[in-house]
Design a binder for this molecule. Structure first.
Ligand SMILES: NC(=O)c1ccc[n+]([C@@H]2O[C@H](COP(=O)([O-])OP(=O)(O)OC[C@H]3O[C@@H](n4cnc5c(N)ncnc54)[C@H](OP(=O)(O)O)[C@@H]3O)[C@@H](O)[C@H]2O)c1
Length: 302
């Protein structure tokens, strides 16, 4: 049996608990890994709340991304072998001693990249990568990121800066120094944000990556002339109403491999601001659920 942290009923954190589950034989197309690190994301509690469907059998382990060592290889999988150090999207929860990765959404971890860093890439950094590609700004243009201080925003700012794009991002004033370390200009969010963005980017904004939605998005969108360069992870309906769209995810091992290379070369830092042992998974998720975690939080198996 193998330890996992998840929930026995859909709903709030009061349903969370540790449980033991059998170590599975991976299904075709999957890898069974011994988890060394697992990323924590807002989608984890959204799934737990039942917002993304309630069909999956319970108990269900939390988490959708992990890094570890391959223990078993499912039928039909090519390019991975027992003992490989890998990371990717988990299909049965990453807050666990063992997890199954979708081999099509997994990649090898380069030796110079830690398990924690690799586990931080499949959701936030991969989404950031897809969004920056989709907005497709030329060097010298300016990208506005709403929610630059979180996991996706921290990666998006670095990926855009590496392409010569200026980045202005909304974050609380206490995160000003952190945002500047990302190479971006911090603007306080909340009422009046459009005027503050105009002051920070007097030449205008050429693209908008929204990670917040709602009133912030509606107000900030006023500064963007070309709304086809507005993409959102957080509020696709409002984005569409404003002339933009949802971030189109590519979901592939190739993007993960590229991100790992960027980390290995020092061009991307997943900005892990805290690590937690599996025993303290509830604390890590509560921090993310507060909506104010900085950068990425990662569980590291002791
Ligand atoms: N569709 C997809 O494939 C996909 C993939 C990844 C993420 N997402 C979604 O995208 C959103 C962002 O994800 P994430 O992982 O980056 O979240 P996160 O790491 O939890 O974001 C936390 C950050 O948001 C900031 N924040 C909170 N309220 C804000 C506001 N009104 N304006 C500006 N910043 C604010 C906080 O900064 P302060 O402390 O400064 O307030 C904190 O740094 C989530 O809704 C997530 O579910 C979707």
């Amino acid at each position: 049996m193998s330890k996992a942290f998840g929930y026995r009923a859909y709903g709030g954190p009061e349903n969370q608990e540790f449980f033991d589950r059998p170590v599975p034989d991976p299904r075709p197309g999957r890898l069974l890994i011994a988890v060394r690190a697992a990323g924590v994301n807002p989608v984890d509690w959204k799934i737990r709340n039942g917002w993304l469907g309630t069909d999956a059998p319970l108990p269900r382990a939390l988490g959708v991304e992990a890094a570890g060592v391959v223990e078993r290889v499912g039928a039909g999988v090519e390019g991975f072998a027992v003992g490989d150090e890998v990371f990717g999207v988990t299909l049965d929860g990453g807050y666990a001693r063992h997890a199954q990765l979708d081999a099509a959404e997994a990649a090898h971890k380069p030796p110079g990249v830690s398990f924690a860093a690799a586990a931080a890439l499949p959701v936030a950094a991969a989404t950031a990568y897809d969004a920056v590609e989709q907005i497709a700004l030329e060097p010298g243009r300016t990208l506005l990121v709403l929610g630059v201080g979180g996991g996706v925003g921290s990666a998006a700012a670095q990926i855009a800066r590496a392409r010569g794009v200026h980045v202005v991002g909304t974050a609380a004033d206490r995160n000003r120094g952190y945002v500047e370390e990302l190479g971006a200009t911090q603007v306080r969010y909340g009422e009046g944000v459009a005027d503050r963005i105009r002051a920070a980017a007097p030449e205008g904004v050429d693209g908008l990556l929204d990670l917040i939605g709602g009133a912030d998005l509606r107000e900030a969108a006023a500064v963007l002339a070309d709304r086809t360069r507005l993409v959102s992870t957080a509020d696709p309906d409002t984005a569409a109403a404003l002339g933009g769209s949802a971030v189109r995810r590519t979901h592939g091992g190739a993007t993960l491999g590229e991100l790992a290379r960027l980390v290995a070369s020092g061009d991307l830092d997943p900005r892990i601001t805290a690590t937690y042992p599996l025993d303290r998974a509830a604390e890590a998720l509560a921090e993310v659920e507060s909506g104010h975690a900085r950068g990425k939080l990662v569980l590291v198996m002791e």
